[in-house]
Structure formats: C-alpha cells, structure tokens
Write a protein that binds this ligand. Structure first.
Ligand code: TXA
Ligand code: MG
Length: 332
C-alpha cells in the first residue's frame, strides 16, 4: 500500500472558478452555447448541459463514457418549470411540494409539450426531474433559464464527485468549466421515485430517506425490484467502483487491507478512515465518496468496510457500497 498522498495537485484543463455571481453568469453563457459545466448540488457535483439540445446532451454522454440507453435527470428551477416537462400525479405533486428543492428526483410521464430532448431521456416517454436545493445550482438554473441535464460529474461507473477536485481528476479535459462551492453537504445522490402507473416506486435510495417519503405519502413505497425490468437503467449492479475490491460487513481488518470504518471497529491507523465515530448516518453519507477515493488512492488490494445500519441514509450508503463491491464486468 502507498502512504497517503499530499492533497491538491490538480491536472485539469477545465478552469475551476469559485461559484460567485460572475462565475455563475459565465457558466450560464457557456451552457446556453451548448457547452458543459460541472456545478455543485446538495447531493453530488453534476455535469450540466442544456437538456433541450441534442448536441449538448451528446457531449455529456461522450464526456462520461455513458451508454446512450441510460437517461439523464433534468434539473429545473422550480415546480412550475417541472410541470412543463412532466405530468404530475397527486402523489408526485405531494412529494414535490414537500421535498423540493431537495435531494429527490421524480420519474414522471413526459408532458405533451416538454422541451427536454429525446437524447436526454434516452428516448423514453418518461422523464426524471429534480429541483436541487444548493444555492449555486438554483442561481445557475435561474440564470440559464433552461432545464439542465446533469448526471453525476464522474466517468461512467466510477465514484460520484463531492468536490470540484474530484470532478477535475475524473473529467479533466472533457468539460468547459467547473464551478466550485466546496464539498456537497448530503454526499450521496438524490432518491429516485417513479410516479407512473400504480403506487410510487423507489428506483434508487438516496439523500432523502425512505421514512420521510413514506410519511409524506401516508403509504409504503413499492420496490423497483421483483417486478421484472429495472426501470432506472443506471441502477445496474456494478457502479460507484473504486479500483480496490471491497469486503463488506467487516468487524476487523485482514493483512494488507485498508479500512472504511463506522463507529470505531478497526484499530486507528493511516489506512483506516471512520465515516462517523459517533455513528451519525448523515455525517457518514457526506463523507462516503471522499473516503472511498482516499482509501482507493492508497492502492490496497482490498478495502474492508464496517457494517452500516440500514436505516435513514444508511439505506443509500449500503446501496452504493453494494454496487462498489459488485463484480466489475459489464460495468457502466
Ligand atoms: O443527486 C443526483 O441525482 C445527481 C445530481 C447531479 O443531481 N445526479 C445523478 O445523475 O445522480 P445520474 O445520471 O448519475 O443518475 C441518474 C439516474 C440513473 O440511474 C438513470 O438511469 C436514472 O436516474 N434515470 C434518469 N431518467 C430516468 C427515467 N426516465 N426512468 C428511470 N430512471 C431514470
Ligand atoms: Mg451517476
């Protein structure tokens, strides 16, 4: 294993600008010209493009190396803008009114006069919509006055970025500008709920916990699995992959392993990072992707991961860890 590397040392050709008013105006100008801008959201950094432009969206798929069958989330400034793109059922409206802006994505039937292009939807007749709560994302959406297609700003199949430096290390040279507003506060991607035919279904656990959603609906969420086809194509098993293998549910370290701890199971060393010594799952989610990257940079054969309680944001954390631990063949 390597020792921990010094922080810093970016090798991007894309400028990284502190997300002030001038930088946001420049980002909006680039986006309106069909260029790619990475920007912070409360969950992870997104790779933004004009969602109404087939050319701009094609650049996103190319930059990420993302298969064209995997649709993108359209980010909009508010519920009114979302209603122009998707058809809201009563449940969808209840969730949007309660949780937007915030870490919730709704998959809805496409509205008749929607402007989000077919490529952004991977040709589907449904659309994924989200109003992010991060002030930089909201300012950018207001300035650009377009829906922004924004997948997580990582190479397809790799760990999502929660800092501008992560974006830079993954997509160096592929994008036109990175807006930097520091680390993302939530740290895992949005929860995705489909409100199509039948009861709302959980397609991806994320930064908004299941219990809050079920409380708002007054009903349990249906599951995406067990009914045939997975309908969040990005939720294929191998994803969020570090280079090292992962060993989940570990109570102790084996020789040569680095450790991703939760609640102090592993002896402290330079090869161990604790997501939350005090067992706080929100804190653990916010640190998850940064710590995975840092441990992976030590080049261990294996990262042992302590058990994470499957409640609150623990469900999203365990989902990402399970995907990170999955076999790599066929990864997207
Ligand atoms: O927090 C987030 O959601 C971040 C930030 C940047 O907003 N974005 C994000 O995007 O995680 P991405 O592309 O990495 O993940 C979007 C997921 C994919 O799994 C995709 O398959 C699914 O949303 N998705 C998009 N449109 C869909 C649709 N119409 N039906 C089902 N799943 C859809
Ligand atoms: Mg992603």
């Amino acid at each position: 294993m390597k020792s921990k590397p010094a922080a810093g040392a970016l090798s991007s050709s894309a400028p990284i600008l502190k997300a002030n008013a001038a930088a946001i105006a420049e980002a909006a100008r680039l986006l309106r010209a069909g260029r790619l801008v990475a920007f912070p959201t409360e969950t992870v950094y997104g790779l933004g493009a004009d969602a109404t432009s087939e050319t701009a969206v094609a650049r996103v798929y190319a930059a990420k190396g993302r298969p064209a069958f995997n649709p993108l989330i359209a980010h909009v400034a508010n519920l009114t803008a979302a209603k122009a793109q998707g058809v809201f059922s009563a449940d969808a409206l209840r969730l949007a009114e309660r949780f937007w802006p915030g870490p919730l994505t709704l998959v809805l039937p496409l509205a008749p006069n929607a402007t989000v292009c077919a490529a952004a939807r991977a040709g589907r007749s449904t659309i994924a919509l989200r109003v992010p709560s991060h002030p930089t994302a909201l300012s950018l959406l207001a300035a650009v006055d377009l829906p922004l297609a924004a997948p997580s700003a990582n190479r397809s199949g790799r760990i999502s970025p929660v800092t501008a430096a992560h974006v830079s290390s993954d997509l160096s040279g592929e994008i036109d500008l990175i807006l930097d507003a520091g680390p993302c506060p939530v740290g895992v991607e949005s929860t995705i709920i489909a409100c199509l035919d039948g009861p709302p279904r959980l397609l991806r656990p994320g930064g908004l916990s299941r219990d809050l959603i079920e409380e708002a609906l007054g009903a349990k969420l249906a599951e995406a699995t067990g009914e045939g086809a997975v309908i969040a194509p990005g939720a294929l098993t191998s994803h969020y992959a570090p280079r090292a293998n992962l060993r989940l549910g570990a109570f102790s370290l084996e020789a040569g392993e680095a450790g991703l701890d939760f609640g102090g199971h592993f002896p402290a060393s330079q090869y161990v990072l604790d997501l939350s010594p005090g067992r706080n799952l929100d804190e653990a989610a916010a640190r998850l992707f940064t710590f995975l990257r840092e441990l992976d940079a030590l080049q261990p054969d294996c990262i042992a991961v302590a058990p994470i309680p499957h409640v609150g944001l623990g469900e999203a954390i365990n989902d990402r860890l399970r995907r990170a631990a999955a076999p790599r063949s066929g990864q997207i």
